[in-house]
Design a protein around this ligand. Structure first.
Ligand SMILES: [Mn+2]
Length: 279
């Protein structure tokens, strides 16, 4: 009974409770159309229908995969949890609330007080097909540094939470994205080990009001809390806006690859050690 709904594990149940409680006590005026509520239910149902179909044989699983394209959550087995992470991070400098649904549909609701960062987080949702909610307020009267950093730390922590035990995922992601003259390559591993190789040469100090030094700091912060190995290489590019935007697009696509399920894994941890952790 509970396996039909994909709720046979305690982590799935706790994720469900977490979201419901959060919606009840939310202080940020989440509307009734907030994507996490609807996609939560639909992903459970879609996941369960795939599980039932895959039970008829491997070819049925493959055909249902093809029918869904890359958009649907591909359940590794009928106990796949809902992969939602939620973080509230409150300091004297910032107040950040982040929710990420890895099996979303690309809905972005991002207001950080930093317009260019909102634009980049929209890319993360749209190209990663994640539902991304970010509400942040911070000491931007000083500069954007603390808010940029704390948003990235919270996104990394939310990713870590959403990934759970990482069973059945591809783990690795690799994508190169062009944007006109710019081309950026991103290689990542959801290894549990934080490491950033950052090789961008952004020619101007700012894009809009956004300090381009904050791009590296954003990814370093995200890497540190998520436990991700991330390489970013600039293949080409002259326009700062294009370079940064192509970076976020390539990152989103690579992260989508890495977080999606590998059907042949059948729900096992993609590591010869049998565990992917941050230690
Ligand atoms: Mn743009």
């Amino acid at each position: 009974m509970s396996t039909v709904l994909g709720l046979s594990t305690s982590s799935a149940v706790s994720a469900y409770c977490l979201v419901d409680k959060t919606l009840e006590r939310s202080r940020v005026g989440v509307s009734r159309t907030f994507p996490f509520e609807s996609t939560h239910l639909s992903s459970r149902l879609r996941g369960s229908s795939l599980s039932l179909r895959s039970a008829t044989g491997p070819m049925a699983a493959l055909s249902s995969h093809a029918g869904e394209g890359n958009n649907g959550p591909i359940a590794a087995d009928e106990s796949s949890p809902n992969r939602i992470g939620e973080i509230r991070r409150i300091t004297k400098e910032t107040n950040v609330h982040v929710k990420i649904n890895l099996d979303g549909s690309g809905v972005a609701t991002c207001t950080t007080g930093i317009p260019f960062l909102d634009h980049m987080l929209d890319q993360l949702a749209s190209h990663g097909l994640f539902d991304v909610y970010v509400k942040a307020s911070g000491d931007t009267h000083i500069d954007d540094h603390h808010t940029n950093e704390d948003v990235a730390l919270a996104i990394g922590s939310a990713l870590l939470q959403a990934l759970g035990d990482r069973k059945g995922i591809n783990r690795f992601g690799h994508f190169a994205a062009p944007l006109d003259e710019a081309a950026i390559e991103v290689i990542l591993d959801l290894s549990g080990r934080p490491h950033l190789k950052y090789d961008l040469n952004i020619p101007t100090e700012r894009v809009g009001t956004y300090d381009t030094q904050l791009v590296e700091h954003f990814f370093q912060s995200l890497v540190n809390t998520s436990g991700m190995t991330l390489h970013i290489y600039q293949l080409a590019g002259k326009n700062s806006h294009h370079i940064v935007e192509a970076t976020f697009k390539a990152f989103a696509r690579a992260l989508r690859q890495a977080t999606e399920y590998d059907l042949r894994r059948r729900g096992t941890v993609p590591s010869s050690k049998g565990v992917l952790s941050r230690s």
